[in-house]
Design a protein around this ligand. Sequence first.
Ligand code: FAD
Length: 333
Amino acid sequence: MAELWIGIEWDHQGLTPVARELLAEVGDSGHPGPYRVVAVGPAGAWPGDEAMAWPADWEAEAYWAVEANAAEAFFRELAITGAPTADGVIVAGTPEGQRRARWLAARMGRDLVPEAEAIRWRAGGWAVSTHLAGGRVRAEVTVPAGTVIGWRPMARGTAPKPGAHPARPVPWRRFEPRPAPPPAGRLLERTAASSRDRELEEAAVVVAGGRGLGGSAGFEPLFALAERLGGAVGATRVAVDRGWVAYARQIGSTGKTVSPRLYIACAISGAAQHVAGLRDVRHLVAINLDPTAPIMAMADLALVGEAEAVVRQAVAVMDARRAEGGTRDGAQV
Ligand SMILES: Cc1cc2nc3c(=O)[nH]c(=O)nc-3n(C[C@H](O)[C@H](O)[C@H](O)COP(=O)(O)OP(=O)(O)OC[C@H]3O[C@@H](n4cnc5c(N)ncnc54)[C@H](O)[C@@H]3O)c2cc1C
């Protein structure tokens, strides 16, 4: 039996009511464990071990406490290492929890049941009660192991009263994001680089292209945009394998890992092996003809359109602004 991940939240008072409710539901779900719990809360506001006492009558194998500013790093690691082999990920459906559930499902290419009202483990899969047809129909759906499930707050009626189970302290482990490795060399000289020779790993802006660009000519507008934003150009393995750009530009599990403040994905589907190369991207913009492409669900800004045309237009707008005496376009990224 594989493990089950449970995502809950704490606040200044301790575990939230929906967290306690979800823990009770997991206890009734019939899943035999092992369970791994991750609780996210406000930065620097640990409410104390007493308030974080465990209200459930079952044991978890691991209890992670994650402060909000480290949550993105935690869930990114979870999506790459822990969750892909799990029997499921069940997340308390607060607005932030729902956002994390959608992100995890899109990133791992998994099914998502966003508003579960009862969760039962049956014959190696999940039987989930939820509302369909805009809330008009209540149904039980059967979904496979590995599904990401969002729990609808208050679906059990009321949260279990504190003390319903004898609360006990548990060994919460604080998650500390790994610090960036120290530079392996010494800086001798810094020279201005262009988008063609700027290091991908160091770029604050990465404009990346995929199969949908159709050839090396399709990458030219991406170089032009990267140049104006002070960034570098990356690519998917498909684009690299076809010789459209050099191998050194490949981002992903068998390519480079990048951590830009802005990542612009042009005609990229968002395959797991590609997004494995994205770490701590602050803003993700995706341009794709297909609004259902996985990368669109991960994006902060998803533009449905022909990537090359959209990028050319962006470059033209920037050039026009600059000609009018505007600021350098990349300065505020
Ligand atoms: C062991 C292994 C390791 C791998 N390692 C990597 C890796 O390190 N990096 C990596 O990237 N991949 C890697 N892959 C490949 C990965 O699985 C995907 O096949 C690849 O990332 C898909 O690239 P893509 O997004 O360019 O192409 P596709 O998945 O084909 O997506 C193309 C997208 O472009 C859109 N599109 C088409 N035309 C246009 C247009 N004109 N304008 C806008 N949108 C358009 C389509 O809607 C589609 O979403 C690996 C695979 C394996 C098996």
